[in-house]
Design a protein around this ligand. Structure first.
Ligand SMILES: [Zn+2]
Ligand SMILES: [Zn+2]
Ligand SMILES: [Zn+2]
Length: 352
């Protein structure tokens, strides 16, 4: 249905192997790596392995969503209903527990309360939650030696390239802060797991996630939405367009493993490159272009180019066109960053 190949837009891309009509599913796939957001874990009980919603009593579900029950209390209430280890991780069944290989190494359930304060694994997880949760996903991938198959730039390089593309001066101390963070994380993870994890390993995995992963939001009737981050072998190979021909969708029944569905949003010919939007398509042109800097390029897709021309010749900048557009790579820094691009950089700084 779709194959990875060399793209005219940028590096690798994803291509249709036959024609599709609007609304048709092109592919569906399970993630290479996925994580439920830490804050979302307090509201929605999902399997630690496959991210299926857990089929728990509606009373527990409602109390949890309303904040009347903590995850730990829910965990105790569910003893015997779902398979769970002492740390509060929960699973659909024994098969999912056995498949969650990284958890055996990263579980804090066996650490006693008295040892917790000085334990490197607890320190690593605390560092991740307080700085950038993506470190948890990086650890998940690193301790099981799962190759992701994506180009892995170093985290500080990704941040520097984004700033350079926007024509911003280097943020004072930002790159050093990121390097310090990965050095600390690597030392803690090595000590905790007994396997050598270098700062470079962590920096490249996080850099790879920063440029390739996608946000997950799965909504099911009767549940708060599942929110997280995931990396997909094929969906994440699709290049960006501000007028993409595909969308990534997550809707589906609750009690099944999380899958991404790549769906055509218009008719597509066999051989066409499949594109998705990495940014908010409803944002104005400048905001979209600045947002793509996070991914290592300034969008110059036909929609962006045409919007730039029309905004320089008139004050209006139409966003509701239907011109086929599949561009989006490289280019010179634009003029002034919009507020949200600055906010994005600040967020990296804060998170880093
Ligand atoms: Zn499961
Ligand atoms: Zn555990
Ligand atoms: Zn664009």
């Amino acid at each position: 249905m779709a194959r990875v190949g060399v793209s005219e837009i940028h590096g690798r891309g994803l291509f249709a192997t036959r024609s599709f009509v609007a609304g048709e599913e092109i592919l569906r796939e399970a993630p290479l790596a996925a994580m439920q957001d830490v804050a979302n874990r307090a509201e929605v009980l999902c399997c630690g392995n496959c991210l299926a919603f857990l089929d728990v009593d509606e009373g527990v579900r409602t109390q949890l969503a309303a904040g009347c029950l903590t995850r730990q209390e829910a965990h105790r209430a569910l003893e015997g209903t779902v398979c769970a280890c002492a740390c509060g991780e929960m699973y659909c069944d024994e098969a999912c527990r056995a498949s969650h290989r990284s958890h055996e190494t990263l579980c804090v359930g066996k650490i006693s309360d008295s040892d917790a304060a000085a334990h490197p694994l607890v320190a690593f997880k605390t560092l991740a939650v307080e700085s950038n949760e993506i470190l948890l996903l990086a650890a998940d991938l690193l301790v099981t030696d799962r190759p992701a198959g994506f180009v892995s730039e170093k985290w500080d390089d990704v941040v520097r390239v984004a700033a350079t593309l926007r024509g911003e001066p280097p943020e004072d101390g930002l790159e050093e802060n990121l390097r310090d963070l990965v050095a600390t994380a690597a030392a803690l993870l090595s000590e905790a797991t007994g396997r050598p994890v270098t700062p470079d390993d962590i920096s490249r995995v996080v850099g790879m996630f920063e440029q390739n992963n996608v946000g997950v939001r799965k909504e099911c009737d009767g549940f708060p939405p599942l929110e997280g981050t995931a990396l997909y072998a094929r969906c994440c190979s699709a290049n960006h367009s501000c007028d993409p021909n595909c969308d990534i969708l997550y809707e589906g029944p609750p009690f099944v493993p999380l899958e991404a569905r790549l769906v055509a949003n218009r008719d597509i010919e066999g051989g066409d490159e499949l594109t998705i939007s990495y940014v908010d398509e409803n944002a104005d042109t400048q905001t979209r272009r600045w947002a793509t800097a996070e991914y290592g390029f300034l969008c110059r897709c036909p929609r962006c180019e045409r919007d730039s021309v029309s905004s320089s010749s008139s004050s209006s900048s139409p966003d509701d066109d239907d011109v086929d557009c599949d561009g989006g790579n490289g280019g010179e820094p634009a003029t002034q960053p919009p507020d949200d691009a600055v906010a994005a950089t600040r967020r990296v700084e804060r998170d880093g």
